[in-house]
Design a protein around this ligand. Structure first.
Ligand code: SF4
Ligand code: SF4
Length: 690
């Protein structure tokens, strides 16, 4: 088109509202719209009333600017959704197409039923072309969704009638819109018709058949009514169908946790009486945010994709668990649970479901709706352990021993530093409280009593001595961090351990609550690291905590450790869930490995935040694994597949599990499982790896 033609078009261009149906349609349209809104509002009110069944207090009205920013990133930038490329592109096309249709409808309504006039001239041309383009996006996204569900069929994605309803509505709605536009263009033949490019192309197709104007006019009216009817049906259906997530999704994301993911809710054990309810045994024990979580689930199945329990045939599916809780909440609202005598824990959610969880956090990291699965699982475990005294013999014994001796084996506390006897003058604070230090090395129970982890701890201390680092150890003053017992559900045991350890750390001036002390805790285990860093603060312990891989990496990058020896090995690094997913430490371990000459770093199929758990978290280190296949074998198979000589770890639990896996697969002659400290110490000539 020439500029002159465009100028002429612009002059005559305007929106003809209610063309062919007449303005009197508003006498039916607005009452119908009001009815749809009433049905919508009633549905939302019922959901809201249901959320109020959850009685536990939870203040999520803090950090409002940060919450807005998080919402913007999640909704308008699709930050998390786009971490899965296909599904992300699919959703973003539908989302922005849908938003533009909403905006278009709102502007048209304002233009037609208020004194405002703005749908004319250049703005109208841009409006028309934009709406056509975005409507096409909805079709593209919907086609991708159909293809994904019918052809690609990812194992975690199940499709039911609700999904087909949602997709069909989108496609039908857009096709109706294009058809109405095409007929209007075919009849009126406006000079600017080409701008509505989809309608114009379809209009040319209609003209080929040369239909009569009265016929087209009637067809247009019929389709217009149908389009309006489906739109009203859609509005009314939102609270009763999958479209509910349009409301609950953004709400849930806005109110998502702002505390560290690795910090579980503290139970106030100082003020308990006979009415105190431990953990979650019913809907009333949840918070309103938990209830909103349940209604926000869109059943996308992302949480199942990397769930170690689900992928090794355990009875736990994080998605099904959320849906079961939602069903229970709905039945509670209808009074059915009372009538049928249905209880949540043990009847609807079985013990084996709850004990299958490793608390690896893969579900929470993957969930686009920011649902907190682990918190609910641990809360139901708390009910079993604290409320009912129901816990399997092995974890029960571990809890008892940790309370009594501060370690899961019940070995004497005064033998906690025995492993140091072949180290010359270890800087033990229990023997010499006046030692000056910059770093307090947290050895953990595994490092103190487990032969294999002791080697790791020794290698690490040798490196520190080699680099002239001023460090100290608590020795017999240290007890288990309490991570495992807390995740098993024994909050009382955790709090006892935490209070003991905080007292010791404070005694040696590590608490930053009155200003930075300049001292750091360096944890060998990511589980201790997470507990001390993220959980002790609820009990008055404010510490600077780093993982030993972070300190090693700092020493290497600052030149205090020089790794010069060639090490021609293929190494794959296994991300510990509590280091990576929970605390975002992904690169320090990898940087250590790539700084060694000759090392070839290989990534397993699942790595970084999409890593696959070793199976030992959540207290499962102290439990048998009688159901399904073994989680550690699945992870070990990935390491074998990648063709590595060494699996590097930064966690004593992961090391034990993968070591067991390598032995079970008879690969111990080909693959070694080593801690990062051992690899570094070997390179420095401080230890020999056999
Ligand atoms: S819990 Fe989250 S990830 Fe899992 S199905 Fe629901 S929305 Fe998807
Ligand atoms: S935390 Fe891990 S094991 Fe537990 S439900 Fe989530 S993905 Fe599964």
């Amino acid at each position: 088109m020439s500029p002159t033609e465009l100028a002429a078009i612009e002059h005559n261009t305007q929106r003809i509202v209610y063309w062919n149906v007449g303005h009197s349609i508003t006498h039916i349209m607005y009452p119908m719209a009001a009815l749809a809104v009433i049905i919508f509002a009633y549905g939302m009110y019922k959901r809201y009333k249901m959320w109020r069944l959850a009685k536990r207090e939870d203040n999520r009205f803090t950090d409002l600017p940060d919450r807005m920013e998080g919402l913007f990133e999640a909704v308008f930038m699709h930050k998390k959704i786009l971490t899965r490329k296909y599904a992300g592109i699919m959703h973003i096309t539908i989302f922005f197409g849908f938003m533009m249709m909403l905006l278009g409808t709102a502007l048209t309504t304002i233009e037609s039923d208020t004194p405002a006039t703005f749908l004319n001239g250049t703005f109208y041309l841009i409006f028309s072309i934009t709406l056509d383009a975005f409507a096409i996006l909805i079709l593209v996204g919907s086609f991708m969704a159909f293809y994904r569900r019918k052809a690609l069929k990812p194992f975690f994605l199940k499709t039911d009638g609700d999904d087909w309803y949602a997709l069909s509505f989108l496609v039908i709605s857009v096709l109706l819109g294009f058809s109405i536009e095409a007929i209007r263009i075919a009849i009126t033949n406006p000079s600017f018709g080409k701008i509505s490019f989809v309608g114009w192309i379809l209009a040319q197709g209609i003209k080929v058949f040369n239909p009569s104007v009265p016929f087209l006019s009637s067809l247009h009216k019929g389709l217009w009514y149908l389009h309006f009817g489906t739109t009203m049906f859609f509005i009314a259906s939102i609270p009763y169908t999958k479209f509910l997530h349009i409301i609950t999704g953004p709400l849930n994301i806005f109110f998502k946790r702002r505390t560290p993911m690795g910090r579980l809710r503290k139970i106030d054990l100082e003020n308990i009486d006979e009415d105190t309810r431990f953990g979650v045994s019913d809907i009333q024990d949840l918070s309103w945010k938990d209830a909103l979580d349940l209604d926000a689930c869109i059943e996308c199945g992302r949480c199942e994709e990397l769930c170690p329990a689900f992928n090794t045939d355990k009875p736990l599916s994080p998605k099904k668990l959320m849906n079961t809780l939602r069903d229970h909440m709905e039945d509670e609202a209808k009074g059915l649970n009372k009538a049928n005598g249905t209880e949540l824990v043990e009847m609807r959610v079985t013990e084996s479901v709850l004990w299958s969880c490793t608390t690896c956090g893969a579900c929470m990291v993957a969930c686009p709706m920011e649902i907190a699965h682990v918190d609910k699982i641990v809360d139901m475990r708390r009910y079993l352990v604290l409320g009912q005294g129901k816990v399997e013999p092995e974890p029960a014994a571990a809890i008892k021993k940790m309370r009594k001796q501060g370690n899961p084996w019940g070995l004497p506390q005064n033998e906690r530093a025995e492993w140091l006897k072949d180290i010359e003058n270890p800087p033990l604070l229990d023997e010499n409280p006046d030692i000056e230090f910059d770093y307090l090395i947290w050895i953990g129970s595994m490092g103190s009593y487990d032969n294999r982890t002791q080697k790791v701890a020794k290698a690490f201390l040798k490196i520190l001595q080699h680099a002239n680092i001023k460090y100290a150890l608590l020795g017999t003053l240290e007890k288990a961090s309490g991570d495992a017992v807390r995740r098993i559900g024994a909050e009382d045991a955790f709090q006892e351990l935490a209070m003991h350890n905080i007292k010791q750390l404070d005694k040696f001036g590590l608490n930053n609550k009155n200003g930075n002390t300049g001292k750091m805790v360096v944890a060998i285990s990511p589980h201790s690291y997470n507990a001390i860093k993220n959980e002790y603060s609820d009990f008055g312990g404010d510490y600077e905590v780093i993982h030993h891989s972070e300190l090693l990496n700092q020493l290497i990058s600052s030149g205090r450790l020089k790794l010069t020896k060639d090490f021609d090995k293929k190494i794959t690094y296994h991300d510990s869930c509590y280091l990576g997913r929970y605390n975002g430490v992904y690169e320090a371990p990898r940087d250590i490995l790539t700084s060694i000459p000759g090392v070839e770093l290989l990534e397993m199929e699942h790595n970084h935040d999409k890593s696959f758990c070793c199976g030992a978290g959540g207290g499962r280190m102290w439990m048998e694994e009688p159901l399904g296949t073994r989680i550690n074998l699945k992870r070990t198979d990935e390491a074998i597949e990648v063709g590595c000589d060494i699996v590097a770890t930064g966690c004593p639990f992961c090391m034990t599990m993968i070591d067991d896996g390598v032995k079970a697969r008879n690969e111990e002659d080909n693959i070694k499982v080593l801690d990062l400290s051992e690899i570094v110490a070997e390179n420095l000539g401080l230890i020999t790896i056999k």
